[in-house]
Design a protein around this ligand. Structure first.
Ligand SMILES: [Zn+2]
Length: 181
């Protein structure tokens, strides 16, 4: 991809931005639709709440743009079945890679982990066909419908669609008249 981008600064361009370019997408739109950047970079320092994927936030795209939040690759058997009923292939989903969310938000069933050293080298149905997926040890068989855990799932999912981090202005403490203010 870098060879395709003839600009001198191609080496500096984050991989996320390169993927957006070859997909014919705006980098911010690509970051929101296809990366987990929004759930990695939830908060920012004051004045640093740049929209994900913009040139100002290139350092963050470089650091977190290609990372899943949860280690490993996860699949949902129902999602695989639905994908294959409409397409000749299946695909991984961002919502299956959130820390603490052990169920498919769409189907409510427990996710399965891919047992392979390079789990993104093949598609979800390939791993299932090879018998290389196993269910994660969730504390209940289906997604919680209420209570604290349901709220956590909703917040974790909601963070994925934020176009910029939450700005957190921290006032440095100082002394005035001998008092800490
Ligand atoms: Zn599913």
């Amino acid at each position: 991809m870098r060879a395709e981008v003839s600009a001198e600064s191609a080496e500096e361009i984050p991989r996320l931005h390169l993927l957006a370019m070859v997909s014919g997408m705006n980098a911010s739109a690509y970051a929101l639709a296809h990366s987990m950047l929004a759930s990695q970079r939830v908060a920012s320092l004051k004045g640093q709440d740049f929209v994900h994927g913009t040139p100002e936030s290139a350092a963050f795209s470089k650091r977190w743009g290609m990372q899943a939040q949860r280690a490993g690759a996860y699949v949902c058997n129902h999602c695989i079945d639905e994908d294959l009923s409409r397409h000749p292939f299946s695909w991984f989903r961002r919502s299956h890679h959130l820390i603490g969310v052990d169920w498919c938000p769409e189907h409510g069933s427990v996710l399965h982990k891919v047992n392979a050293s390079r789990p993104f080298d093949a598609l979800p149905h390939n791993w299932r066909d090879e018998n290389k997926t196993s269910p994660v040890s969730a504390f209940q068989a289906s997604i919680p419908s209420d209570g604290f855990y349901r709220r956590y799932v909703d917040i974790a999912l909601g963070l994925l669609s934020r176009e910029r981090p939450v700005e957190c202005g921290v006032k440095r403490p100082g002394f005035r008249g001998g008092q800490l203010v």
